[in-house]
Design a binder for this molecule. Structure first.
Ligand code: AMP
Length: 280
């Protein structure tokens, strides 16, 4: 049985009453990665709300927005089976009513990496997350480390604007071939999927090189870039950064993160990993 689906701000408010739920915001096309967030929320909260909203403001290309997969019946069933108690599936004008004029900008964290490649993307994310957290008033919200820059933007946002609830970071779920689960993966052909495996291979190579004693970031980045230099793979960036500020680093530190974005068959793939410095 599918849990109740509410569509408007008023319906959501009425359904929640005074509850402070666990909250899992998504754009639908739910896969096991999303379900792991929902299951975690179900373990940690008496009530779990899942939102399903393909947020037009975070897409910088109309074609990408149009071909984003949508199947509410299937998603509501999957979210319910994972333990969600309430599905919030608003229409665009329930989130952005006529006259809507506000944009939330989290500053420098939003302008690098994905923000540079996708102008306006993180402003769109920050704006919708602000609205959703204010509507749901969760005790805890669950976000995937898969979208690492997004996670850092949202942590900053919550802190700066005193938005309700804790932010809980959840580990990235991967397929058996190492590729991070993503709703966009279904657009890859079998050949594209084989090419995309270069991303987890590059991560593994950088991790192995660091473990073997290398702490120079340029050398480590070179190692990863080699693996992603292949016909059919268009590398957007591969960078080792400070895991909090996302600023470039020269030497590995305790909080280093490897960020990768590459296009395969016109599908933008992003991934990231912790890179631990070698023990001296
Ligand atoms: P999306 O529907 O793509 O906006 O993702 C909704 C939430 O699921 C975000 O917090 C994502 O970071 C998270 N998520 C997406 N893919 C994965 C994955 N492979 N593992 C864990 N979390 C994920």
């Amino acid at each position: 049985v599918t849990s109740p689906i509410v569509r408007t701000r008023d319906e959501l408010r009425a359904a929640l009453a005074d509850a402070r739920p666990g909250f899992v915001p998504t754009m639908g096309a739910l896969h096991a990665g999303h379900l792991s967030l929902i299951e975690r929320s179900t373990r940690e909260n008496a009530v779990t709300v899942v939102s399903i909203f393909v947020n037009p403001r975070q897409f910088s290309q109309a074609a990408d927005l149009e071909r984003y997969p949508r199947d509410l019946a299937r998603d509501a069933a999957a979210a319910s089976a994972a333990g969600a108690n309430l599905i919030f599936a608003p229409a665009v004008d329930a989130i952005y009513p006529p006259g809507f004029a506000t944009t939330v900008d989290v500053g420098p964290l939003s302008s690098r990496w994905e923000g540079a490649a996708r102008p306006g993307h993180f402003q769109g994310v920050a704006t919708v997350v602000t609205i959703l957290l204010n509507l749901v008033r969760p005790a805890r919200s669950y976000f995937g480390e898969k979208d690492y820059q997004q996670l850092q933007v949202i942590r900053r946002l919550r802190e700066d604007l005193a938005l309700p609830g804790d932010i809980v970071a959840c580990p990235t779920l991967r397929d058996a071939d190492g590729i991070a689960l993503s709703s966009r993966n279904r657009r890859l052909t079998a050949d594209g999927r084989a090419l995309a495996r270069a991303i987890p291979r590059a991560i593994a190579a950088v991790v192995a090189t660091a473990t073997a004693g290398e702490r120079n970031v340029a050398t480590l980045e070179q190692r990863g870039t080699e693996i992603l230099t292949a016909p059919g793979v268009r590398l957007s960036y591969l960078a080792i950064v400070d895991g909090d500020t996302l600023e470039p680093q020269r030497e590995l530190a305790q909080n280093s993160r490897l960020l990768i974005a590459a296009d395969v068959e016109g599908v933008r793939l992003i991934d990231n990993a912790v890179i631990v410095p070698p023990v001296r």
